[in-house]
Ligand binder design. Structure first.
Ligand code: ZN
Length: 169
């Protein structure tokens, strides 16, 4: 019985830990490709410096892909439904644009030959609350090509290859 008790205590501890971990990431987006297959997940939480996005990508074409927060929480292939970049400040596109940036602009993601990668990006221009409460929602979108960080309005990044609505976890 003592052994069983210890095992149950361990299970309880594990469950508590899992719950705590989920609470640390109050928002997420499940990324699907235009064929409807799950290709990754982005979890989002606030830090003192801004929103931290943890991306786990499972199956993407190798190379550089633009990675943006879009202004509409709708992911209907070919994902034009997600609208433009999240841009509450009404500025131009691009991390390197003197008249930029959109709040939804972030650095490119680089995918190795395996098609899998995991990374974190700090976006100091947004918070979890505003992404979840935006009228019409918000979405994460990955593009076929790299963001050139300057061409308005979308960085000349090509078609939209993955999309996920940002939702409360
Ligand atoms: Zn932009």
């Amino acid at each position: 019985m003592r052994h069983l008790g210890a095992a149950l205590a361990l299970i309880a501890l594990t469950a508590t830990h899992t719950t705590a971990a989920a609470d640390n990431w109050p928002a997420s987006a499940a990324l699907h490709n235009p064929e409807g297959e799950l290709v990754g997940e982005v979890r989002i939480r606030d830090t003192e410096e801004g929103a931290l996005l943890h991306a786990r990508l499972l199956d993407l074409a190798p190379g550089a892909h633009a990675f943006h927060i879009h202004e509409s929480g709708t992911c209907e292939p070919p994902f034009k439904s997600a609208g433009g970049h999240y841009n509450p400040g009404d500025t131009e596109h691009g991390l390197d644009n003197p008249k930029g940036r959109h709040a939804g602009d972030m650095p490119n993601i680089h995918v190795p030959a395996s098609g899998k990668t995991e990374l974190e990006v700090l976006n100091e221009a947004v918070s979890v609350d505003e992404l979840l409460s935006n009228d019409g929602g918000t979405a994460i979108v990955l593009h076929a090509g790299a963001d050139d960080y300057s061409t308005d309005p979308a960085g000349a990044a090509g078609s939209r290859i993955a999309c996920g609505v940002i939702s409360k976890r």
